[in-house]
Design a protein around this ligand. Sequence first.
Ligand code: NAD
Length: 229
Amino acid sequence: MIKITILSGAGISKESGIDTFRDADGFWPKYDPRELASPEALKNNTEKVLEFYNMRRQKMWKSDPNAAHLALVDLENRYDVTVITQNVDNLHERAGSTNILHLHGELDKVRSMDNSDIIVDVEKGRDINLGDLSEDGTQLRPHIVLFGEPVPRMSEAIEIAKTSDIFIVIGSSLQVYPAAEILDFIPSYSDIYIVDPEVPSVQEKDNIIFIKEKATVGLPKLVNELLSR
Ligand code: NAD
């Protein structure tokens, strides 16, 4: 079966009402989210960090998957599809995609401060506050890769990229590393499609096809074309 790998970024969820990183002002009027999404902030300002992720988790549950998330599910009828997402929302899951790798973590999970193997689901609507403890007695923290922390699933994502016949990037500025490096591992025989209203700057390659449209417009068209082959 032909293998299609998706690399999605914040832009795919934009039309579901979830702000991209660049529109970060919308997230938090007073603080720079980058400053709240750091290990230092988690250590020194735990309550604010938990509050920031509570707000984002609540926003996620008020948002629904859009036509772009749904189009990727249709693709599974004909192709072996893996979604590598930089997003921490659960819109790919709620759309119905079955094979998803979250590179930067998941908003609807939290884990022990001390043991990254103790991960628990957060029920819809629940906030995580100071004093909410993991089974090992430590404060629960967001199951999110904070700036400066290692990206544990990166090597898995690279292996998936290496075996892709078709690779589709949707709504990513490709400015966040190491995620953007995944493109370096796509075989030279694969077609690479980039769906984004603002074409991100990438190393020029003959096999890159830009679709300069919003995700909900460009992606369903591309999926229809791939399904009609
Ligand atoms: P980014 O903000 O750096 O880039 C977003 C990209 O989306 C840009 O290239 C922009 O042109 C494009 N875009 C905007 N509207 C679009 C639309 N309607 N359709 C298609 N594309 C559109 O985001 P990134 O590359 O994902 O990297 C930012 C980091 O921030 C990631 O690590 C991610 O984990 C995190 N983040 C995630 C979410 C989420 O979970 N939805 C939200 C904000 C930030």
